[in-house]
Design a protein around this ligand. Structure first.
Ligand code: ARG
Length: 589
């Protein structure tokens, strides 16, 4: 593995040394380099430095320019405006840098983080005996992308699927199952995810209606909650049946989402049961939590209800029961002290932000979180229907995630089918591509807007071939791959001696920014910036492809080889970036 210094980093280094040679007190200052339309880069840092040194910015800039060493990298640097620097690179430097990336396999020259740590990420956390909905989709899709991105930077990532598998609602379900013991039996062997969910739904409805209509059943169901909490074996065994049945369903959905969820990483709420007592004891002894009306509570100056009274985080209820907060606080202790995390990420709906704010603050007061161990809620917004209101069926019910995914796959399959004949795809390939395009479309729509924003679930837009969609990126990739079928005996080869056309430069400079983009994406947990990078890459490639013939009309041998090299590197970068987002790139589409 050979990591490659990005061009902008090298340029910044050249500028920094010229700067400190001109103005010794500016040593270590950031020249503030960015991509520019006028030249390859513009540096804006001199303005602030001149102000500080009480110097004329244009004069300072002119002196810096005279000290910039080209080093084969910088072709031209000139002062512009009030004291900006416009910098143009040599074509040779661009191609040579890309050639180094090309030689570095899948990593494409992207270095590993210097000081990787351990991140525990809480995502893809549906609830037992309940249907999955679009909120669970967002957590899974965003979480999975963040896992892949962090692992690519060298971070150790521990995944935690904090499924909702505990609570008083199980009393009713378990009691019902005890009284109707064959309801979850699997007669013909294995059941599908769909069947498992429909079994659970049927059971849930039946238990609910009995609970609402039969006082004696209600009493038995309540007593069952006590048995469950006491760990009574028969009760636990029944509870386990619900968990197992639900997992069959969850895994089938994750599988449809083309996402790997591993069983040991599924540690639901119940996984922290034997820590709850101690968590409360620690909080009470340290004075972080106090008794209030019989409940154990944590108060915050800035959290008040509409009546102006403080709203506490309730760690233990007055009846002795534990809730969501006690579990999350125990999970923090587990993640920090047992799993040795230094970052905790929670990919959870923004509507739970107050809960996490209180939980994190409590953990800080208790000393479990601090400047070295931080927690962050990667909060996501709501999925809206085309009408801009929270996504519901016509009957006002929550939309089943599976139905959405199936519809996306159907639509995508017809899009693929329309072009299939021209490409010569078999029926098997059409179906496979339909899944990759449909699931990719759903994931990309989710990942291409910043997580915290709401977005509209609009399948027509998602599978559109034009615009900022995954299909557009997948077609760009497939088009690149198809070129290699037509290239004959010409093979990709970098030719640093050639002069580059403007579209080649623009593409090349963008390709070089892959690693820097990933740095930013990983530091901010912002997969949408990777999506934006890839979309721009595909757009720059399209311009390049229009302006710079690769096959027909046939350019000179070296030009063709160099262009094929740019095509191949673009394809590999697209593929790697899409893979990090959890999206497939079919070779033929
Ligand atoms: N199961 C919860 C839900 O469906 C999400 C769990 C989030 N994670 C956590 N540690 N509280 O809303």
């Amino acid at each position: 593995m050979a990591s490659v210094t990005s061009l902008s980093h090298s340029v910044a280094q050249h500028l920094a040394s010229a700067l400190s040679a001109t103005l010794p007190e500016a040593a270590g200052a950031d020249p503030l380099l960015r991509r520019s339309d006028r030249a390859d880069f513009q540096a804006n840092g001199i303005l602030a430095l001149a102000k500080k040194a009480k110097a004329n910015p244009r004069e300072l800039a002119t002196q810096v320019v005279s000290r910039v060493e080209s080093g084969g990298l910088i072709k031209d640097v000139e002062v512009s405006g009030p004291g900006f620097l416009n910098i143009t690179l040599t074509d040779r430097a661009i191609v040579e840098n890309l050639a180094e990336r090309y030689a570095d396999g899948e990593r494409l020259g992207v270095p590993l983080a210097e000081h990787p740590g351990t991140t525990v990420i809480d995502y893809a956390q549906p609830n037992v005996a309940k249907e999955m909905h679009v909120g669970h989709l967002r957590s899974a899709v965003i979480g999975d992308a963040v896992v892949q991105i962090l692992e690519f930077t060298g971070e150790s990532v521990v995944r935690r699927h904090h499924i909702g598998d505990w609570g008083t609602q199980f009393g009713m379900l378990i009691q019902y199952l005890i009284e109707h013991p064959h309801e979850l039996d699997h007669k013909g062997g294995e059941v599908s995810g769909e069947e498992a969910m429909s079994n659970l739904n049927r059971l849930y409805k039946a238990a609910r209606s009995l609970f609402d209509s039969d006082e004696e059943f209600k009493t038995r169901a309540r007593r069952r909650v006590v048995d469950l909490q006491a760990g009574e074996p028969e009760t636990l065994a029944m509870w386990q049946k619900f968990v197992d049945e639900s997992k069959i369903y969850f895994y089938s959905v994750f599988d449809k989402l083309d996402m790997e969820i591993r069983d040991p990483d599924v540690v639901g709420e119940s996984g922290y049961n034997d820590m709850l007592d101690e968590t409360c004891r620690l909080l009470e002894e340290s004075g972080v939590a106090v008794r209030s009306d019989g409940a154990l509570c944590v108060f915050f100056d800035d959290v008040k209800g509409p009546d102006g009274n403080p709203v506490p985080l309730i760690v233990k209820k007055s009846d002795g029961g534990y809730g969501y907060a006690a579990t999350d606080l125990s999970a923090i202790r587990d993640r920090v002290f047992n799993l040795k995390a230094d970052s905790l990420i929670y990919v959870v709906d923004a509507r739970q932000s107050l809960h996490f704010k209180m939980v994190f603050e409590t953990a800080r007061r208790a000393g479990w979180l601090n400047d070295d161990v931080k927690a962050h809620q990667l909060a996501f917004g709501t999925v809206l229907g085309k009408d801009g209101k929270p996504f519901k069926t016509r009957e006002g019910e929550t939309v089943r995630l599976v139905d959405l995914l199936d519809e996306a796959i159907d639509r995508a399959t017809s899009v693929v089918r329309e072009k299939a004949e021209k490409v010569g795809l078999s029926e098997r390939e059409i179906e496979e591509n339909g899944r990759y395009v449909g699931i990719g479309a759903v994931k990309y729509a989710d990942l291409s807007t910043s997580a915290v924003r709401d977005y509209k679930f609009d399948l027509d837009q998602m599978v559109s071939l034009n615009g900022d969609t995954s299909v557009y990126l997948q077609y760009a990739y497939a088009r690149i791959r198809s070129i290699f079928g037509k290239a004959g005996d010409r093979t990709p080869l970098a030719h640093p001696e050639l002069e580059l056309a403007p579209a080649e430069r623009a593409l090349g400079l963008h390709l070089d920014r892959f690693g820097e983009t990933l740095d930013e994406v990983a530091a901010e947990y912002a997969p949408h910036k990777l999506a934006a990078y890839l979309y721009q890459l595909a757009s720059l490639y399209t311009t390049f492809y229009d302006q710079c013939p690769v096959i027909k009309p046939a350019p000179a041998q070296e030009v063709a080889e160099n262009r094929l090299f740019l095509c191949d590197l673009t394809g590999r970068t697209l593929h790697q970036g899409m893979t990090l987002l959890g999206i497939r790139t079919p070779e033929r589409l």
